[in-house]
Structure formats: C-alpha cells, structure tokens
Design a binder for this molecule. Structure first.
Ligand code: GAR
Length: 198
C-alpha cells in the first residue's frame, strides 16, 4: 500500500477526510502519519481519535530553519512516506523535504490559483478577498508544492459559483465540502500515476 503523510496546522478536516477515504477504499493508499507545525491543535486530537501516528514539529523549537526541515524529513522517512500531502499547513516546506520528495509534495488551496494565493493567504482571508474582489467564482486548487507559496504546477481545479448573498463563512463552507470530496479523488489519481508530476 502506498504511504501518504499529511501535514496540517489547524482543524484537520481535510486530514480526516483523507483518512476516511483511505479506510473506505476511495483512496487506495495508507495515511501513515500526521505532522503539524504547532501543538494543541484539533488536527492532533483527530489523529489520536483516528489512531494515526502524529508528530508536532514546531519551527520555533529549532534555532535554524534547516534543522526543522531535517526533522520533518526524518519523521517522513521513519514512517516510510512516499507522498507528502499538505492540508492547511501554514509553514513553507524546506528544501530537504522538497528534494527528497520531488514531484510528490502536493497542497490544496481554497481558491482558484493563481488568484488569491501567496504568503498570508490562507483560510478565511482567502474567502474574504474573493468576496471583496467581487469574483463570480471560486473553488479549490490542488497543486505541486515548490519553494514559493502557492506557485507550484496546478494539477486539478474545481470551481464553485460565488453567490451575491455569500459571506466568507458561507463560501468557506461550500469550498470545504469540495475539498473533502475532491482531495481524496485527485490524490488517488496522483499516487497511482494517472496524473503525472515529473
Ligand atoms: C483548507 O481550506 C485548506 O484549503 C486551507 O486551509 C484549510 C484547512 O482546513 N489551506 C490554505 O489556505 C493554504 N493556503 P482543515 O485544517 O480543516 O483541513
């Protein structure tokens, strides 16, 4: 079974959706572990409840970014991970991990990149920006991770209409539903070579 590690920083709802998909067969891969960049976040509670190994590897406990990068790589290798899947992970992935998992680090973004992306654009802020700009549609983007925020090659996008009565919260809820439905599906295609990343 192909092993996939998930990285998350907050709620972990996408992490949970991926674990459920792996268990019901929609995603033919094993979620081998969760890495977080913070302690005491709901994603860690979900990992415990779901029986998935988890490691909180917090950048601030390392004097150098390179040491944090090496610690993340070590955890991924200890689990035998073959793919690295970001699900609301808010720290830039380091060069050691990117090199070791070249073409096998993916992220999901809650808007249609290249719009409404980049550093600081995450979660609610993304939906607020979409509404403030008067965009007629939003959606999800699944893309390869590179050394810059939200700039790696786009692998899949699914759009949803922005309604005139939408708030950031209502749009976020619809986009979140899309994420839970499509992230496992696209990941399944990726890990089985039906989408080529290198
Ligand atoms: C998701 O909507 C994900 O797309 C977003 O954070 C949320 C995490 O939710 N990621 C970004 O905004 C990255 N720029 P979750 O913790 O419940 O899965």
């Amino acid at each position: 079974m192909i092993k996939v590690a998930v990285l998350a920083s907050g709620e972990g709802s996408n992490f949970e959706a991926l674990v459920r998909a792996s268990r019901n067969g929609a995603l033919d891969a094993e979620i081998c572990g969760l890495i977080t960049n913070r302690t005491q976040i709901p994603a860690l509670d979900k990992a415990e409840r779901l029986g998935i190994p988890a490691a909180a590897i917090t950048p601030k406990t390392f004097s150098q970014r390179a040491e944090w990068d090496a610690a993340v790589l070590k955890a991924l290798q200890a689990w035998g991970a073959e793919w690295v899947v970001l699900a609301g992970f808010l720290t830039l992935i380091g060069p050691k991990v990117l090199e070791a998992f070249s073409g096998r680090v993916v992220n999901i973004h809650p808007a249609l990149l290249p719009d409404f992306g980049g550093e600081g654009m995450y979660g609610r802020r993304v939906h607020e920006a979409v509404i403030a700009a008067g965009a007629k549609k939003s959606g999800i983007t699944i893309h390869l991770v590179s050394a810059e925020y939200d700039r790696g090659r786009i692998l899949a996008q699914v759009s949803v209409a922005v309604e005139s009565h939408d708030t950031a919260a209502s749009l976020a809820a619809r986009v979140r539903d899309l994420e839970h439905k499509h992230y496992p599906r696209v990941l399944n295609d990726l890990v089985h070579g039906r989408i080529i990343t290198d």
